[in-house]
Design a binder for this molecule. Structure first.
Ligand code: HEC
Length: 176
């Protein structure tokens, strides 16, 4: 029987080797070009959105050092990848098609994600800041096209931006 000390030593070496070897699976840290931003009602609204949402919902992601260290990097990448896919302030108007959802997730406290807040205290908006951001987003998107707006219809009709969901909705009948 190996002594407990030896077992600890080998387990330790094993974990170390495993940790080092997963580092070859690096994630993509590129920030794509900003294609367009909403017509912000005020610099303050953008400031709040930047503070609380931009790391995952824009092309101006701030990649911290731990986003270079697997396996944490995989989780960070996953958040940014999926965050941008759902809502992207840097890809107006296509990325911000459902602004009412952005307001809803803030109201419900679903966003920013809770594990993000552990390391980003500044993104943990106070009730007053949340109210400000919600109001600001409402104003911002009331002056810029929202779903169902003529612009989107025209773009979709010219089928330049059709994705799977657009096609499904079209198949179900012109709902928009
Ligand atoms: C740490 C990264 C992160 C931050 C910060 C963050 N989000 Fe998200 N957000 C995500 C991810 C990941 C998803 C996709 C969730 C899923 O797949 O269920 C998402 C989804 C969403 C969606 C789509 C919800 C849906 O039901 O489809 C909206 C809208 C949204 N976020 C808005 C915001 C707003 C507004 C903020 C700032 C107040 C914010 N998020 C902050 C990562 C983030």
């Amino acid at each position: 029987m190996a002594s407990p000390r030896k077992i600890f030593k080998y387990v330790g070496i094993g974990v170390g080797v495993l940790f080092l070897s997963i580092q070859i699976f690096q994630v993509d840290h590129t920030n794509p070009a900003v294609r367009g931003e909403p017509n912000w009602d005020s610099p303050r609204t953008r400031e709040l959105a930047k503070k609380a949402c931009f790391d995952c919902h824009s092309n101006e992601t701030n990649w911290p050092w731990y986003s270079y260290v697997a396996p944490v990097s995989w989780r960070v990448y996953n958040h940014v990848y999926n965050g941008r896919r759902h809502f992207n302030f840097s890809d107006y108007p296509l990325g911000t098609k459902e602004p009412e959802e952005a307001i809803e997730v803030i109201q419900k406290g679903e966003m920013p994600l809770s594990d993000y807040l552990i390391l980003h205290a500044e993104a943990d908006l106070t009730i007053m800041e949340k109210a400000e951001l919600i109001k600001g987003l409402q104003k911002t998107f009331s002056t810029t096209p929202t779903p169902g707006a003529q612009e989107f219809k025209e773009m979709k009709d010219s089928s330049k931006i059709e994705n799977g969901r657009d096609k499904r909705e079209k198949a179900e009948g012109e709902k928009y």
